[in-house]
Design a protein around this ligand. Structure first.
Ligand SMILES: Nc1ncnc2c1ncn2[C@@H]1O[C@H](COP(=O)(O)OP(=O)(O)OP(=O)(O)O)[C@@H](O)[C@H]1O
Length: 649
């Protein structure tokens, strides 16, 4: 796709940008040197390694994320396993439904993601057909342009058969070779394996961190002393066997996710900190706008969006606001951010509203954060399958009320002698049964006279189920005065793809100096820049060595990452190299330093320089890194300096 991002008034140059990322080793393809090795059978598409600046940038983005969400909101962080039993993902719906529609080009033996195929072909027809210079690309008429734009505006709304219809109707072919493609079929995106030498137990690599959080809900609620609402959070790798990963870090098969699950009473989706975000203006692309075939953004305050029900509820609105603040903090360009509402077909069947934070890059608009109201779906299905209540019990505000509930009673005189050491486990397993499970078991017991109950812990002989007959167990409806209310929380889930954010930030902060297209800069914010300070001695003179070492050690003691560049390159070249790495500050040590101890501080973006004593400059650096003072403020106590500026060219 043609690059159309503009930065600081210049045309974004995709090739130059990619060369920088590679040259400075932010990231690169995994197993790269094997690609050309003889008989290499592997497929390394969608797999990437991060180099030193990429690692540091990722760590810093995650660090800002943790402070912005986990610490700021007292979220309960968990770290769960990647390897997940099939049963868990069958229950969550992933085994049956976590699939994309795929077309095969039989002639080429290529697999293509159906929605991406339609999107790419129509977009390139629009791009070349607007000019209509060749026979192959005749000028498109107004009606076709309108139709293509309408299809593109709701491309995520089509299911497989509908995509198949579009492919047929518009004669869409594989752009690589122009071959016809087969009708779309679903392809499950999860990587499957087995555990243990017997290979009997099927497992998957998790496609999201969410399920591990849901399964620990009960323990998290207890940890939180039963108080609602609350959030859990998790940062970890997820795996998706993408059909055709082609857009670098944006579509990979292994990626770092940071996910929040906010558990809230379904009848009270207000948020106590909503007032903090009400006046924030979000660039919204609502469902109706897309259905009208348009992509016009509407700026709306969060307060108005929630009031008008454009955004379903306060909690969802609150998180969209917090997501925007986070993205801006790590360096996203606000003019390249939008929140797009999911269309009905695109949204999971259980979700009631869903918005994606999308960032504009040279690959078009890319979803970087999904924010969905998943209702009570996940906790309910896991609870129903396991019989383990994933619910909340709260005192009724209205006082006691009379209700009918299912009650299970074990005959204590019989249970002890029959189950001996296992009697307590059996008793606890019966008590853990949720109401819908009890209702079903009551019917089974009535019909069969016996039921099989999965126990919450293994029994002494290793089994994990017992049979209970009518003489032992009675399940009946009883009336009682209810003083508490039990409900399954709804879950609001902001889900971040760290790699997509990192890549977009690199694109958004990339530009080059107007006087020289070869001098590229990454204006990464101080908070996420891989290295905060570059220390450069004017030359390789030995007298500078103890000074640069001391400066480095003092900065380390302040917790500020730094790097000494005492290579023989000119000072301008050394600064240029570090501008490409996004290093925001530079300290220069020169002959005056040896005489009077003064050093120079350079600002990456403006190349402005200030001079002062070592103590004053380090104080200024600490202030800048901590976000306590701006460049203009430190200029009040440091002196302007310009001599070195000429050396930079
Ligand atoms: N293949 C991938 N590579 C990198 N990041 C991804 C990938 N798939 C998902 N993500 C990230 O995880 C986040 C949450 O995942 P979600 O399931 O909502 O994505 P998705 O809707 O499947 O994405 P897409 O439609 O682009 O495939 C996304 O917003 C994105 O940042």
């Amino acid at each position: 796709m043609a690059p159309s991002t503009t930065l600081k008034g210049d045309q974004f140059d995709c090739a130059q940008f990619e060369a920088l990322v590679k040259r400075r080793f932010f990231f690169s393809e995994s197993f790269e040197i094997y690609r050309t090795a003889p008989n290499f059978q592997g497929d390394n598409r969608g797999l990437y390694d991060y180099g030193p600046p990429g690692c540091a940038l990722q760590t810093n983005i995650v660090d800002v994320w943790r402070k912005h969400f986990v610490l700021e909101e007292n979220m309960l962080e968990v770290d769960c396993t990647v390897i997940t039993p099939e049963t868990v993902l069958k229950t969550s719906g992933h085994v049956d439904k976590f699939a994309d529609w795929m077309c095969k080009d039989l002639a080429k033996g290529e697999y293509l993601r159906a929605d991406h195929l339609v999107e790419n072909v129509l977009q390139s027809r629009l791009a070349s057909g607007a000019k209509g210079t060749t026979k192959k690309d005749p000028k498109l008429d107004e009606a076709t342009i309108k139709l293509y734009n309408e299809i593109l505006a709701q491309i995520d709304n089509y299911d497989g058969p509908e995509l198949g219809q579009l492919i047929k109707e518009h004669d869409i072919r594989n752009p690589d070779g122009n071959g016809e493609v087969q009708p779309p079929i679903p392809f499950n995106l999860m990587f499957r394996s087995t555990v243990g030498p017997s290979a009997a137990a099927p497992v998957y690599l998790r496609p999201e961190t969410a399920q591990g959080q849901f399964l620990n809900f009960r323990k998290l609620l207890e940890f939180n002393q039963g108080a609602m609402p609350f959030a859990s959070a998790s940062i970890g790798k997820s795996y998706r066997n993408e059909i055709s990963p082609r857009s670098g870090l944006l579509r990979v098969r292994e990626f770092l996710m940071a996910e929040i699950e906010y558990y809230v009473d379904p009848d009270a989706k207000e948020h106590e900190r909503f007032h903090e975000v009400t006046s924030l203006e979000l660039p919204l692309l609502a469902k109706q706008t897309q259905l009208d075939g348009k992509t016009t953004l509407r700026k709306m305050s969060i307060e108005d969006a929630v009031k008008s029900k454009t955004i379903d509820n306060e909690t969802l609105g609150y998180f969209l606001g917090r997501i925007m603040l986070f993205l801006l903090k790590v360096g996203v360009d606000p003019s390249k951010l939008r929140f797009r509402q999911h269309l009905d077909n695109e949204m999971a069947h259980y979700a009631c509203d869903c918005w994606d934070a999308e960032l504009f890059t040279s690959h078009g608009w890319i979803e970087c954060v999904g924010c969905a109201d998943r209702s009570a779906y996940d906790l309910t299905v896991h609870s129903n399958f396991t019989g383990y209540p994933l619910t909340v019990r709260e005192l009724l505000q209205t006082g006691p009320i009379r209700v009918e509930v299912w009650q299970a009673l074990l005959d204590k005189k019989l249970v002890g002698p029959r189950f001996k050491r296992d009697a307590k486990v059996v008793q606890d397993s019966v008590e853990a049964l949720a109401q819908p499970v009890l209702e079903k078991l009551a019917a089974d017991l009535e019909i069969n006279g016996i039921i099989t109950l999965d126990t919450i812990k293994p029994l002494a002989d290793g089994r994990s189920a017992v049979e209970l007959s009518k003489d032992l167990l009675t399940i009946k409806k009883v009336a009682h005065l209810q003083t508490t209310r039990q409900y399954t929380p709804n879950v609001i889930e902001p889900s971040f793809g760290i790699g997509r954010i990192l890549y977009s930030v690199l694109e958004h902060t990339y530009w080059h100096r107007p006087q020289d297209a070869a001098r590229a800069v990454l204006s990464l914010p101080l908070a996420v820049a891989p290295t905060k300070v570059l220390i450069v001695p004017l030359s390789a003179q030995p007298q500078f060595v103890p000074i640069t070492r001391r400066l480095s050690s003092r900065l380390r003691a302040l917790g500020i990452s730094n790097n000494i560049d005492s290579s023989s390159a000119s000072i301008g070249k050394r600064y240029a190299r570090n501008d490409e790495l996004g290093t925001p500050l530079g300290i220069t040590v020169d002959f005056d330093t040896v005489v009077n101890g003064s050093i120079t501080l350079r600002d990456r973006d403006s190349t402005a320089q200030l001079r002062g004593s070592e103590d004053d400059v380090l104080k200024a650096v600490k202030s800048l890194v901590g976000g306590n003072e701006s460049w203009e403020e430190i200029a009040q106590y440091l002196k302007p300096f310009s001599t070195l500026e000429q050396d930079e060219s």
